[in-house]
Each structure stands twice: as C-alpha cells, then as structure tokens.
Design a protein around this ligand. Sequence first.
Ligand code: NAD
Length: 501
Amino acid sequence: MTPQTTSLPATAPAPRTARAIRNFIDGEFVDGVRGFDKIDPVDGSLIGQVHEAGAAEVDRAVAAARAALDGPWGRMSVGERARLLRGVADAIERRFDDLVAAEVGDTGKPETLARDLDVARAAANFRSFADTVSSAGLDSFLTELPGGRTALNYALRKPLGVVAIIVPWNLPLLLLTWKLAPALASGNTVVVKPSEETPSSATLLAEILAEAGVPDGVVNVVHGFGAGSAGELLTTHPGIDGVTFTGESSTGSAIMRAVAPRVRPVSFELGGKNAAVVFADADLDTAIAGLARSTYLNTGQVCLCTERIYVERAVFDDVAAGLAEQAARLRLGRPEDPATTTGPLISQAHRDKVRSYFELAQQEGATLLAGGGIPSFGDALDGGSWIEPTLWTGLDNSHRTVREEVFGPVAALIPFDTEEEAVALANDTDYGLAAVTWTSDLSRGHRVAQRMRVGMSWVNTWYLRDLRSPFGGVGLSGIGREGGHHSLEFYTEPTNVCVQL
Ligand code: NAD
C-alpha cells in the first residue's frame, strides 16, 4: 500500500484538521520522522495524522523495553503482575466508550460490534491471562539414579524478553490485547506495531496501561508500515527476542526471513480460506443464520470468516436461497446507527483488492446470488470504501476465487454428494485455520470436525471461543498456538534446574 506522506514539523503540534497520533516510547508520546494520513473508511475524510517511527524511534523503543526488563517490572512477582493485569481490564472498562470511538473511527465498523466484540474482548483478554498465569504449573520430576540416589528436576518459566507484537487492522484492539496480555502476564516487555490503518486504539491503550500502573518502557508503541518502515525495522532489530504476528501469510513469510539470521522464535496467526460444510440433516434455519454470520461479520474481515460453503446437494437450493436472502437483508450504514449491521471495508486499497476478486469470479464463471458491486448512498458515504455483501455459485475448487483469501464479505457455495467428498473438498486448501460443520447427527459432527485439517473446528456454531483453548492454524494459516497455557509456551523460556539430592 503506498502511504500518503507529509512532513511533520519538528515539534509536531496537533494538525488543525485532524488529531495527531504519536508513538509511545518509554512512557512518553514521541514524534515520528514523517506523517501519514489516517482516512475514515466510512466517507473518505481525514481523521488523523499518524507519526511514522523511523530507525531512531524503533531503537529507542527497543532500548526502553530492554531497560524495563531489568527494572521494577522484572522484579514483580506473578501475583503482582496478575493484579496489575486485572487493574488494566478495569481501566479498559472505565475508558470503554473512548476505546469504542477509537476503534469505530479507524475501521468504520458498527458501534454495536466494537462494543460487543472488540472492546469487551480486550478487557476479557487481560482477565483471562491474569488467571492463566496465576494457575500455571511447572514440570518437576524426581529422577531415580543408580545406587538409590535421586535428583530433583524442576522447570522455571522465564520471560522471553523483548517481544515485538505486530498486528493487523481487522480487529485491532482484540488482536493486540490477545498478544499483549499473555506477553505481560509472562513478564516480558514489548514493542507494539499496530497496523497503519488502525493506529488509534493501540495509542489510547498505551495511555490506559500507563494510568493503570504499567511501568515506563514495558509497553512501547511505534507506528508505521511494514516493509521499509517500522514493521521491518522492528523485525530486523537485533534487540528483539521474538516476534508474535497476526496478518497475511505472505507477511509472515517476510517476517520469518527477517528473523532468520538471528534465529528468533515466531508465533504466527495468518490468513485463512475457511470452509463450512452443511449436511442435509442440519437444522437449516440455524445453519443459514450461522453461515450469514460467519461470512459477513465485520464485512468479512475476520480471519475466521467462511469463504467456501459446501452444501449437500439435496438442500443446496434451500441454503443458497436462504443465505442470499440474509445477505440482501444486511444493512450498510453509519457506525453509530444501531440498525447498521455492516460497515465499509478498511480502505480503498483493500476494496480494490476485493473488487478484483469480484471481477475474477465473473471471468471464472460465477453466478451472482447476492451483491457483487459497490453500493450507492447518494451522500457523503459514497466517498467511503463500501462494498456489497456477495454470494457466488457456479465455482469449484479449481478456481482462484475458491483458493485465495479475499478477506471481504463473500463466499462461494459448492454442492457435494457424500461425507467423504465434503471432507476432501474442505481440506483441499493450502490454508488451515478454521472449519464449521453443520449437522444434526452427533457422530457425524465429531467425525467430520476431527477430520478437518485446521486449528479450530466448530460444529453447529462459529466463533464461539473459550480463551483457554488453543487458537491458531496449520499450513499457510500459521505457526504455533495462542490461548491459555499455549500462549505461555511462546511468551516464556523454560529453564530446567537439576539438583542431585
Ligand atoms: P498484513 O500482513 O498486511 O499486515 C499486518 C501487520 O504487519 C501490519 O501492522 C503491517 O504494517 C505489518 N507488516 C506488513 N509487512 C511487514 C513486514 N514486511 N515486516 C513487518 N511488518 C509488516 O495484514 P493485514 O492486511 O493488516 O490483515 C489482514 C490479514 O490478517 C488477513 O490475511 C487475515 O486473514 C489475517 N488475520 C489473521 C488472523 C489469525 O488469527 N489467524 C487474525 C486476523 C487477521
């Protein structure tokens, strides 16, 4: 994406027309080397000017994080850290409305969604990892030695160190706190690089964390882009001890290359091309409502969203008609309108990408059951990055539109005849993040769910999450699992102590 850059004055007073969004380093808001515009996806207006961090700012952030590891933060007990994290959750709830406004401003998503999902989950993430770290066990073994002697082995969990957290724009605060909370619970210090599209909630969170008593330097936020900017400066920095990243698979690949020379660990939550399978024995009303949610939530911009729907032939027409009707009923509109179900895409650039798949689908022979175009509002919203919720038939697994992640409000409906075929079609992908099985047959539900080659397999539901359970993907969808004690495995380095008794 080509940034629109402007020069910031050395002292960088807040621009008259829009807010200035600064880096947060060692407890202070810090100017960047350049400014770039944050555009409101609802109507294309300018809502903020972001201070892009250069090499000096990234250096300072990493140095501050390193120094903080050796300060009072590094000496805190697990219990003290857990108490602090619960205090952060309380502080998020006190600033709930401000965080909703920041998230809605950057993304244009419906306010109801930001409240119910994004900001609510941010607080829940801190509480959940405060609990996880408080109850985390350690391995210990009494080892029997020849001659009747024994040795005691026990493992300590130490923080990984300075962790780089790089996150995308689709659920900015939720995904950031999903990584930040376990990183802090485990005693790390961090440098966060939010998406260039969604700088606001991370910046506000930095302020909230400081107010809640997180010491200076423990959480630093640098703004900018990926390649050639803050993202690359951070991942190639010799002072970081690991990278936790959520975003596109190709970016994950670039980050792996960036950390390879210094052999740093990575945790990757990447893209998906998720399948749903609908059997004829499913409760069709529930399945259709679930498919509408899994295809169109957040305008299809959730890594877990369904983009391939395999339907048993006997009910194909019913499911197609029902889902097309649900797509047509979605209400695009201003975020503050409680009737709005669907916001814009994040940017014009992302809309260009999604539209290119709409055009490709036509070339590949798709039949449109819903949407397929750009909506017209006849007012300021026409300057935004809106697109219609869309549904295709007439495609199969050989088509690019069924193989590549679109990351928009669209799915392809494809018929199948047997359970074996459904599993084979669902698993015929380079990705492997999530799958959903819709059936009333309990045995079949378990059988099919277990055969899905994914990190998360749902039956008769979607996006129902217990934060203690493992989250992540296989294949192009990621490396590692986060959630509950799985997160602690990434954010800590075990040290084994062996004492001969
Ligand atoms: P992206 O990969 O373009 O960007 C994500 C972040 O990485 C941004 O902060 C960006 O600035 C940074 N970045 C980009 N290039 C970089 C580089 N070379 N070095 C370092 N940092 C770099 O992803 P996006 O477009 O922001 O988000 C959408 C993608 O995220 C989709 O593919 C979606 O499936 C995926 N995603 C996955 C999950 C999951 O949990 N598996 C969750 C949400 C989103």
